[in-house]
Design a protein around this ligand. Sequence first.
Ligand code: ADE
Length: 225
Amino acid sequence: MRIDVLTLFPQMFEGPFSESILRRAVDQGSVELVLHNIRDYSSDKHMKVDDYAFGGGAGMVMQIEPIARIIDQLKGERSYDEVIYLTPDGQTLKQGLVNQLSLKGNLILLCGHYKGVDQRVRDNYVSLEISVGDYVLTGGELAAAVLVDAVVRLIPGVLSDETSALSDSFQDNLLAPPVYTRPAEYKGWKVPEVLLSGHQAKIDQWREEQALARTRKLRPDLLED
Ligand code: ADE
């Protein structure tokens, strides 16, 4: 998979992309993450990428030209499955959408800033608009990093224990069951007996029941979906 990220702040991705599982995914070639600084595509002599909104009002709007120039160039080099704009008014990111995106070949992620991008970018270049939740971030970068992290961990070979993604919370619309490790007793707090029994069928059944009980208690809305 290849993911091209269009941003005014490429350094914001340095931390998330260079640690832990994402870094390993890049190092082993499971994903190619390519950062593009939108400012590098400005034709303005001051490298300007934004301007005042037509009709007035506070805040700057990201101009169409630099963004269009990058996307046209990238599309000339290969085909893309989606051009995704991260925005608080997009569809809320859920595990089902993450699963679908993890099966794609090439994605472009566009990060907005200030008042967002000129609507003509959204109308003519963007195929999918995604929000990471009903709150407003300073820009799309952190949202894009969340999306990349959630998608890349599902690419086969990225997680060392491949079954662990299947038992995540939200796969099957259920929260994950509780987990325990050594010691079996701490300050008198004991690990549930069944987990020490060695009886796999009983353990699986216990985990299923716990997942259901936890979902009913904490996120009953998931069971209605
Ligand atoms: N940009 C600003 N806020 C955002 C959000 N909640 N989701 C995606 N992109 C954003």
